[in-house]
Ligand binder design. Structure first.
Ligand SMILES: [Zn+2]
Length: 373
């Protein structure tokens, strides 16, 4: 073997492969990970040292979405780069008004799992974000189309403020139970999983009856239902950065929608306790920033810090943001021959989750992509 055929990258330190599994070294050749010391060394081999995590995952992120709806490709690319440079190398896009399928062809951008467009109803979600179905009975057909256009996930808006109730306006479910159940069955027949935006408590029983796979936000999940959610294997993404905005949302609704404002304030006040109880009930808690819309991209470390502030142990948050989320989405962590997608840190992020804010190196498909040199 000539020197040029050897690995291009050697990573030495503490390489975390999964729960309770780590090695001291990995090598990268042709964009792939090897756990075995090579017989020949490349002449131009670079060495990185530190704590290594399989590429981080943001499971609730909107590439292609801005505050007013869809954005152009240059803006979507900048969003993806911001996520990548923060160590996020796999994104589950939780709804985007524009088709970002072109990201799949860009080796410099994170891997992307698209859920297609948010499925909502007129005046029952943020304007310009989703596909607004005039007739609720169109939901199953829309789910089929989005499932076929996306990457194995569908996003349904489960509840939103109903302003037609006037000063009684408050969070209300969008879909009749039977329609929702049919829609989820259609998605599953298309081999797609379903995740649902849910702020309220009222919507949760219908989601469980319909057999949804994942719940976004989950602020209203009653503690009495948490054990059932855990048993059913339904994951929940607490999106604490987004829930942190509820006080501001309530302030804008004051006067016009007092019931809604009071509810959002109560959910805001309970947000940390809620996230901790979800975790303690054994529910798979996922890490999602809800970037796009009003939250900036590249904030996975901030969301992790929020989950730790809520009382979830840092080691569990790190696992949830890395190898556990990769497995949940059907992607490898770091195994022999897997794509070399990993992040190097100067110290152990399980001891101080703040370490996630400043990676030493972000390696995507075997290339060091960040920080800029
Ligand atoms: Zn979202």
């Amino acid at each position: 073997m000539s020197a040029s055929e050897g690995p291009t990258l050697h990573v030495h330190g503490r390489v975390l492969l999964g729960d309770d599994r780590e090695v001291g070294d990995i090598w990268v050749k042709d964009g792939r990970v090897s756990l075995t010391r090579p017989s020949a060394q490349g002449t131009n081999m670079m060495t990185l040292e530190g704590w290594v995590l399989p590429g981080l995952v943001d499971v609730h992120c909107h590439i292609g979405l801005g505050a007013d709806g869809g954005v152009d490709a240059a803006t979507a690319q900048a969003q993806a780069v911001a996520d990548r440079d923060a160590g996020v190398l796999l994104v589950r896009d939780a709804g985007s008004p524009v088709d970002t399928g072109w990201v799949h062809r860009r080796p410099d951008l994170p891997r992307l799992v698209r859920a297609g467009r948010h499925l909502a109803r007129p005046k029952r979600y943020l304007r310009g974000y989703g596909l607004e179905l005039e007739d609720v009975h169109d939901l199953p057909g829309a789910v089929r189309r989005e499932a076929r256009a996306g990457d194995g996930w569908v996003k349904i808006v489960g509840d939103w403020i109903d302003r037609s109730l006037g000063d009684e306006g408050d969070l209300r479910p969008l879909w009749p139970d039977d329609v929702l159940a049919e829609a989820v069955a259609v998605a599953h027949a298309e081999a797609a999983r379903v995740t649902v935006h849910a702020f309220s408590d009222e919507v949760i029983p219908s989601l469980l009856a319909a057999g949804v796979d994942c719940i976004e936000h989950g602020t209203g999940i009653h503690p009495d239902l948490m054990y059932e959610i855990s048993e059913r294997g339904v994951a929940v993404t607490p999106t604490l950065l987004q829930i942190g905005e509820f006080e501001r949302i309530a302030a804008r609704a004051d006067g016009r929608y007092p019931r809604f404002a009071a509810r959002m304030r109560a959910l805001h006040a309970r947000r940390y306790e809620q996230a901790r109880q979800l975790f303690e009930a054994g529910i798979q808690v996922l890490v999602g920033t809800d970037a796009g819309g009003t939250i900036g991209h590249g904030r996975i470390a901030d969301e992790c810090a929020e989950l730790v502030a809520a009382g979830i142990p840092a080691a569990d948050v790190v696992a949830a943001a890395s190898w556990q989320a990769r497995e949940y989405l059907g992607y490898a962590a770091l195994v022999e021959g897997s794509s070399a997608d990993f992040v190097v840190y100067p110290s152990d992020p399980r001891a101080d989750v703040g370490v996630l804010r400043a990676p030493t190196a972000v390696v995507l498909r075997g290339q060091v992509v960040a920080p800029a040199r």
